[in-house]
Write a new protein. Structure first.
Length: 76
């Protein structure tokens, strides 16, 4: 392959890559039923109920910045 043929092949590859559509992306992860924002692995597969607890602020400093959090389990 001569230098000119190589240059034409490289140019053709660049142009094809530039103008062909993007590769397909994978499927979007499923959204939880309750809208809580947790990953679907935190939910009961049969009922869709969220099994995760949340951390809520429990102490603040003088500037209003959270310094401690407590864990609140989910309600039954």
């Amino acid at each position: 392959m001569t230098g000119l043929e190589f240059a034409l092949a490289a140019l053709a590859g660049v142009l094809l890559g530039r103008f062909l559509p993007d590769r397909r992306k994978g499927p979007e992860p499923p959204e939880p039923f309750c809208g809580c924002g947790h990953h679907h692995s935190y939910h009961d597969p049969e009922t869709g109920a969220c099994n995760a607890g949340v951390q809520v602020p429990s102490r603040y400093d003088d500037d209003g910045i959270v310094t401690a959090r407590r864990y609140v389990p989910r309600r039954a």
